[in-house]
Design a protein around this ligand. Structure first.
Ligand code: FES
Ligand SMILES: [Fe+2]
Length: 431
């Protein structure tokens, strides 16, 4: 396929139909500006996005901000202790209200002409304007917000997809990790020079791991597909499962993915866009660190280092790896057809203190290296798929089943007009 520039829904449908079953996506999918705009409307404004951690805004008036495809959103804790989200846009002449990444407000005061909003989003003052303004109609426009297991999700859709399934899955599986009782040890913002779909395709297979992630493969069984693993590897995994099974049950945690290879996600046939699984680690690894030894105090409800790895993912913008002593998370935000901003988080227990309880030079390297190895892969893949000579090759059914599932999920969302079928009409509810 040559370059494309979709403008109408029939052109979009024609483009979507160019993907051959079992193959990667054609060239235009990775850089076409009009397709990118359609993706923002359908998938990014139509679904649920991870915005941040609840512990980042513990008190009324604490806020964080996030901008999705040029639309700034304010996430804050209101006077009653609930997490709310609003379009971070003044109802007078549109100025962005809160400008910092995070902070605290007594009230939300517009820096332009001082219109003032309560922490519930109501317009309480429009200084100097007395010409019959009905303040009750000019509250901040609300954005849907949900909190689950200490994670904050927002949706700008008018009617977002149902959240209940994710809530049920995450609450049970994630609770022992103690996300609500954590703190940030380090945040790194990466500018990945690749389309957001390349970042996900990379995330959804470990075919590349042996060649690119020498540290990661020492700790995890991801590279071994169950049906194709050698007898020796299968025995090692079975031993790890047996060793941990009864101990884990006593701590309220359970192995949910006891096989090699990645757990399946997404599932386009069942519309599954989230997953939470716990996997065993290779013997000798208590955590995802360079030498496998603990790098921080135990987190959450864990009483023992041997809890494997908690892996959680939500399409299209979040994943987590939780070890016994720390969490590494990634929040994706597209910044154009060829750029994705990935915010990398390292979390530890809320009482852990740098220098005393953990050292960054032991906490960070495992995932710093793994992340940077992946971003480099994505950058070079982008350069290749930009070439007029690129044509999609076949995917491995053994090792790239989740890449195929991701592409099918993506195509399904795009054809349906987004997860809730209403993405062209982002929410504009006034408070
Ligand atoms: S733009 Fe906000 S008060 Fe005027
Ligand atoms: Fe990778």
């Amino acid at each position: 396929m040559s370059d494309c520039n979709v403008k109408t829904s029939s052109e979009l449908e024609t483009l979507l139909a160019t993907r051959r079953d079992g193959y990667g996506m054609p060239r235009g999918f990775y850089h076409d500006a009009a397709l990118y705009a359609a993706e923002m409307r359908t998938i990014w404004l139509g679904g649920w996005l991870f915005a941040g951690f609840e512990f980042e805004i513990p008190n009324p008036g604490d806020f964080l901000t996030i901008t999705v495809d040029g639309s700034p959103v304010l996430v804050l804790r209101d006077d009653h202790g609930s997490v709310r989200a609003f379009h971070n846009v003044c109802r007078h002449r549109g100025t962005q209200l809160c400008r910092k990444e995070s902070g605290h407000v007594h009230a939300i005061v517009c820096p332009y002409h001082s219109w003032t909003y309560s922490r519930q989003g109501e317009l309480v003052s429009c200084m100097g304007m007395h010409e019959g303004i009905d303040k009750s109609k000019l509250g901040l426009k609300a954005v849907h917000a949900e909190v689950v297991a200490g994670l904050i999700y927002i949706s700008m859709a008018a009617a977002p997809p149902v959240f209940d399934g994710l809530r049920e899955r995450f609450e049970g599986t994630a609770k022992p990790q103690g996300f609500a009782r954590a703190r940030i040890a380090k945040v790194t913002e990466y500018e990945v020079e690749a389309n957001w779909k390349l970042v996900w395709e990379n995330n959804r297979e470990c075919f590349h791991c042996v060649q690119n992630h020498p540290q990661y493969v020492k700790a995890n069984f991801d590279v071994y597909e169950e049906a194709y693993a050698s007898e020796a590897i299968r025995q090692k995994m079975a031993d790890a499962v047996a060793r941990t099974e009864s101990k884990w049950a006593a701590q309220g945690v359970a192995i949910t993915h006891a096989k090699g290879g990645l757990a399946p996600l997404p599932d386009p046939d069942r519309n599954t866009w989230y997953a939470a699984d716990r996997t065993v680690m290779v013997e000798g690894f208590d955590t995802e660190s360079m030498d496998g030894r603990r790098v921080a105090p135990l987190m959450g409800d864990y009483q023992d280092a041997d809890v494997g790895v908690l892996r959680m993912r939500t399409m299209p913008n979040f994943w987590v790896h939780g070890s016994c002593d720390h969490v590494v998370a990634a929040r994706l935000l597209p910044a154009g057809p060829r750029k994705t901003i990935v915010r990398g988080y390292w979390l530890v227990d809320q009482f852990a203190r740098e220098g005393d309880d953990y050292q960054l030079d032991r906490l960070l390297p495992f995932w710093q290296l793994t992340n940077e190895q992946d971003w480099d892969i994505c950058k070079w893949q982008q350069k290749g798929v930009d070439s007029f000579a690129y044509e999609p090759g076949p995917l491995s059914q053994r090792k790239e089943y989740n890449v195929d599932a991701f592409i099918r999920w993506y195509l399904k969302q795009m054809r349906a007009g987004g997860p809730s079928g209403n993405a062209a009409r982002p929410s504009s509810r006034a408070t």
